[in-house]
Design a protein. Structure first.
Length: 526
């Protein structure tokens, strides 16, 4: 039977945890709750002269798998194929040939709200998304991605995600298979299995920290229970999105935090993968909270994420990993070099402030500052977090550079500069009425990462650049240098390491090879 199911883009919740292509830790596998997950049972569909059924183009013969429905609002091309399946005699190929991503789905009314389920499939030759539709006795349907994975060749690879149905008024779920617009993928062995997890105490008191401007509440299950502005009393925790605060990634599988036990200033974390544990120290500062990774076990944990899913405010500032309006602001950023900030839009009303640390860059010692303050104190709070944690906090004319009028004045952008050109640039700047001369990164920099001065433009390196800047200042102008701060260029020693004789090494260390030989810039490299 084919159902006409509308599709709405809705909340992506903590119960929708993106996973990668490698199977996670071994769990006892209960029965598959999906029917015909291997697509072995098929039926021949009635199609029109154009070969279309329910807005879908079917193969020859026009087969569709039993128990699965074609979403008429998200249609595509469906083929049942028999060549080199992952298991059994049949698998399917979904191709996107319409503006919207196609969805093949199966309804399930027997899932329990609050219970964890593992949603998995095997894919090849493309990218697949595992979607969930949620229905309630009142209110609109919600949809979100549970997992996404890619297999770039004809090798079968697993994609796995974790799903926990919503609570209030929840009635049933639709489990959907999708492919991004313009793409194709082959899918086999789809499963949904129940995961037996330890029950949480719904009446347990949250862990609470409070500074001069905000109060932070975290539940013993690792969910944000409150981010409260002390001035107004308003809570900036989203109502509908209990996202996990910590997520560990091991062997490509994401594992959310399950329990958070507090021991003084330490948080001891346990995860869905029961072998993973971590310890994080929380320090309360006057206008921010500092989180420092103290321990992560076992050693093969690849990444640890910390994410505060907060109410999305008028402005979302991706560069600072924050959101703010004229009443309140919040942002999260790493305070150590082994971190990477990644803003995540969870929905139209939920903004994820996420930062990560990586095994390849040593997770222990990684630290993150959560700044949350009333609007009139937000900038001051960020400055405090920068200064107290040893980060650059530049001032221009006595004002913070991020908020300085000097940083907003017009400037002459010089894209190809040598030291000998400075007098000419000063002349041009005065003719144009510019107050600043800005030198393009490729003119003054040889690389991004170590930020060595380009001796092809400034022959003596830093002394030459200083002479040029002094000459600009002497002419009554400001000097600026253009730079991609969070980037590392391919020609930098961080990418192509240089052997340092006598450096400490262990028997387990492996020499690092260059990542690439082409020139360019790797933005946001971790």
């Amino acid at each position: 039977m084919t159902l006409d199911m509308p599709f709405h883009r809705g909340l992506r919740r903590a119960s929708a945890l993106l996973a990668m292509l490698v199977l996670g830790p071994a769990y006892a596998q209960p029965p598959n709750l999906l029917l015909n997950g291997g697509f072995e049972a098929t039926q021949e569909m009635r199609v029109g002269p154009d070969g279309i059924c329910a807005n879908w183009q079917l193969g020859t013969p026009p087969l569709a798998p039993d128990q699965w429905s074609l979403n008429t609002h998200h249609s595509g091309k469906l083929d049942v194929i028999t060549a080199a399946t992952h298991e059994g005699k049949r698998c399917i190929r979904i191709t996107s040939n319409a503006p919207r991503a196609p969805h093949l789905y199966q309804l399930h009314s027997g899932l329990e709200a609050g219970t964890w389920y593992r949603f998995s499939a095997w894919i090849r030759n493309g990218t697949a998304q595992l979607y969930v539709y949620e229905y309630f006795d009142k209110g609109p349907m919600r949809t979100f991605v549970v997992a996404q994975g890619t297999s770039k060749d004809d090798t079968w690879r697993p994609v796995t995600g974790l799903y926990q149905p919503s609570g209030d008024g929840y009635t049933k779920s639709g489990l959907a298979l999708s492919v991004p617009t313009g793409k194709s993928v082959e899918i086999d062995a789809v499963s949904l299995t129940r995961m037996d997890m330890p029950a949480a105490d719904p009446h347990a008191e949250p862990h609470v920290w409070e500074n001069d401007v905000a109060r932070l509440n975290i539940t013993p299950t690792g969910v944000l229970a409150g981010l409260i502005c002390r001035k107004t009393g308003r809570d900036y925790r989203p109502d509908l999105a209990p996202f996990p605060l910590f997520t560990a990634i091991r062997n490509g599988s994401q594992s959310p935090v399950l329990t958070v036990n507090r021991d003084g200033d330490l948080l001891n974390l346990r995860f869905l993968d029961q072998e993973i544990r971590a310890a994080v120290r929380v320090q309360v500062r006057p206008h921010h909270f500092l989180f420092e990774v103290v321990d992560v076990q076992p050693e093969d944990v690849d990444r640890l994420d910390i994410e505060f899913a907060v109410t999305r405010l008028k402005t979302v500032a991706h560069a600072m990993n924050g959101t703010y309006d004229n009443e309140f602001g919040a942002c999260l950023f790493g305070t150590t070099v082994n971190t990477c900030n990644r803003a995540t839009t969870r929905s139209g009303s939920v903004q994820g402030l996420r930062s990560s640390c990586y095994r390849t860059r040593k997770m222990v010692g990684a630290a993150f500052a959560l700044v949350a303050a009333p609007a009139e104190q937000f900038k001051t709070a960020i400055m405090e977090a920068e200064r107290m944690n040893g980060l650059p906090c530049p001032m221009l004319e006595g004002t913070w550079a991020r908020d300085s009028d000097a940083a907003r004045r017009s400037y002459l952008f010089a894209v190809s500069v040598h030291e000998r050109d400075i007098d000419t640039l000063i002349e041009y700047a005065k003719i144009g009425g510019f107050g600043t001369i800005m030198i393009l990164k490729n003119s003054w920099l040889a690389n991004h990462g170590h930020f060595d001065v380009n001796t092809k433009s400034f022959a003596e390196g830093l002394p030459s650049l200083k002479r040029a800047v002094a000459k600009i200042h002497a002419a009554g102008l400001h000097a600026g240098v253009h730079v991609f701060g969070p980037s590392i260029s391919a020609n930098d020693p961080y990418i192509t390491p240089v052997c340092v004789h006598g450096a400490n090494a262990s028997a387990n260390d492996t020499p690092t090879l260059p990542l690439r030989t082409t020139q360019g810039t790797d933005h946001g490299l971790h």
